[in-house]
Design a protein around this ligand. Structure first.
Ligand SMILES: [Zn+2]
Ligand SMILES: [Zn+2]
Length: 244
């Protein structure tokens, strides 16, 4: 297999996913800005200019890093026949097939919570994380706007999952889009599901756009990405912004 051709093809696919998931969010909420969405807008305590172009380029770089686990997975399979990917959904039973989707989210969320806390406390990692926190007025282009060092660290949970835990390709297919969508949502600057959180209990366990906006505005609290679990358990959760 031609490695360059493979990498190029995968890179294009990742970029296209980023474009068709984050593009419409950015276009609707940050260019068109329909009035009926204004009630969902998360208030900016200080109005700072968004850094669209810089964020776009860094997000393209941040997304490109996910080529590493994909390449590793492919190379190990071709060279040594090593793979944790299985094609028959019944191989480990139906329960495991569905549970592996949840497991993927748990692995990514747990790693992100702890490495993110590390990036707020360990000097070397703090340097990496500064790039993401340059974005104060967050928008979908901020989603993967990371220093290269941080992008590598964030990606490790994906690498761990695809190299160690048995998974069906549907899990990767689902999170290839859903991961970008959820990251776009928490950086949207609008919290659309907020109104329905009280009526729809599953939304209550999910980490929200408002929580992540508080994280960017206050440079503290709310370190997770998908679930409220770790912030609740570790006492780092904050649901309301600091009073001025
Ligand atoms: Zn942070
Ligand atoms: Zn962020």
């Amino acid at each position: 297999m031609d490695n360059i051709e493979w990498l190029w093809g995968r890179w294009l696919k990742i970029m296209l996913k980023g474009l068709y998931v984050l593009g419409p969010m950015f276009f609707v909420f940050w260019i068109v800005k329909p009035k009926w969405f204004s009630e969902f807008r998360i208030k900016q305590p200080v109005d700072k200019k968004p850094l669209f172009l810089k964020e776009l380029l860094l997000t393209m770089l941040g997304l490109s890093v996910y080529l590493i686990p994909l390449y590793l997975m492919m190379a190990l399979q071709v060279k040594f026949g090593y793979t944790k990917m299985y094609m028959d959904p019944n191989k480990y039973g139906k329960f495991y097939f569905y549970f592996s989707f949840v497991l993927f989210a748990i692995v990514v969320d747990t790693w992100f919570y702890w490495i993110h806390r590390g990036m707020h406390t360990i000097p070397l990692l703090m340097k990496f994380h500064k790039t993401h926190h340059k974005s104060y007025n967050i928008n979908p282009l901020t989603s993967y706007s990371f220093h290269f060092g941080e992008a590598i660290l964030n990606m490790l949970s994906y690498a761990f999952f695809v190299l160690v835990i048995p998974f069906h390709p549907a899990v990767l297919l689902f999170f290839g889009t859903m991961g970008i969508l959820y990251n776009g949502y928490i950086h949207l600057g609008y919290d659309i599901p907020e109104k329905w959180r009280g009526y729809f209990p599953p939304l209550k366990i999910m980490y929200s756009a408002r929580q992540h906006a508080i994280h960017h505005h206050e440079y503290a609290h709310n370190y997770a990405v998908y679930f409220r679990f770790w912030d609740k358990v570790m006492g780092t959760e904050k649901l309301e912004p600091r009073a001025k």
